[in-house]
Design a protein around this ligand. Structure first.
Ligand SMILES: [Zn+2]
Length: 315
């Protein structure tokens, strides 16, 4: 019996601006003045200042954080942005210049560095605070189609899940340097689909605990499934536990995964537009009834699709 769990976690909407310029090759040069002083005559103009703003100001494992970059004239002025020493692609959209960091569900709480390096060698640092995540647990049965609640089925589940996961990991580890999406991301189903299982709780199946790293939507078998934005189909196939699966690469490390499908209507390498039908929902793999499972990965990490849509969906 599935249990509906809603995990309500506070989101800090406070956007903080920090300006911490450092001169890479000239440590004696005086730091840049704060923004207010910059507008005085004879001082550097505000355009010469850069701010990095984590939004929300604190992140939670399993959630995306949007990094807002202000004061940089063009993407070509940026040499690199890193979070915790790993590169993060920067893009430009209607809200300005930004980057998305996917916080690993298993990331330890703490303060992690964001470092922006411009091509004129200026370096700007900011810390992104990662707070602890509260993880709820729910009992979950192994479906009859995978052997039911038996030790044998449990053993097979553990063994095959790592094989399935390595397929997904190898596909989503690639970062396409081109932005393939455009405009806001949308939901994968038409109308106003009901969320039946939220992201991030631990499903306890016998002695095995599995984290549910996606969002489940109610969908009768055969419901059209739409690409939530434009991109290129990176994978189609059937996995024992995830069932029939489609993965779409939206570029810059953002990928979406549609699982437990009944039919797949695209092939790897196909270009798809936002809203294009790519599959029909179903009940294949580790599934206790017809539904659509959506996962969103950023930089290879599965993050909460609904939090992703709050940041990247229609405003
Ligand atoms: Zn699911």
């Amino acid at each position: 019996m599935k249990t509906l769990l809603a995990i309500t976690l506070p989101i800090l909407l406070l956007i903080l601006y920090f300006v911490v310029p450092e001169q890479k090759n000239n440590p004696e040069k005086a730091p840049q003045p704060p923004r207010e002083e910059a507008e005085k005559p004879g001082m550097p103009s505000p355009e010469t200042l850069v701010s990095l703003a984590p939004d929300p100001a604190a992140a939670i494992p399993g959630e995306p954080a949007r990094i807002i970059i202000r004061g940089v004239a063009s993407l070509s002025d940026i040499e690199s942005l890193t979070f915790d020493d790993k590169p993060v692609p920067v893009f430009s959209d209607e809200s300005g210049m930004a980057a998305l960091v996917g916080i690993d569900f298993h990331k330890k709480p703490g303060s992690y560095p964001l470092v922006l390096t411009l091509d004129d060698s200026r370096i700007f640092k900011e810390n992104l605070e990662v707070k602890p995540r509260v993880v709820a647990t729910a009992e979950f049965d192994i479906p009859e189609q995978l052997g039911g609640n038996t030790p044998k089925a449990e053993h097979e589940l553990t063994a095959t899940l790592s094989t399935d996961s390595s397929v997904l990991d190898s596909v989503t580890a690639k970062v396409n340097p081109e932005q393939l999406w455009s405009g806001p991301f949308r939901l994968p189903l038409g109308g106003d689909p009901m969320v039946t299982d939220t992201y991030g709780y631990s499903r306890k199946t016998g002695s095995v605990s599995l984290s549910h790293l996606g969002t489940d939507f109610r969908a009768a078998e055969g419901t059209p499934v739409h690409a939530i934005n434009s991109g290129e189909v990176a994978y189609t196939g059937t996995l024992r536990n995830f069932g029939k699966t489609v993965i779409i690469d939206h570029g810059l490390g953002i990928m979406t995964m549609y699982m437990h499908l009944s039919e797949i209507g695209v092939e790897a390498g196909d270009n798809v537009g936002k809203g294009d039908p790519v599959a029909k929902s179903g009940n294949t793999g580790y599934s206790l009834g017809p539904h659509l499972h959506l996962s969103v990965r950023i930089g290879g990490f599965s993050i909460d699709p609904m939090k992703f849509l709050e940041l990247m969906g229609p405003k």
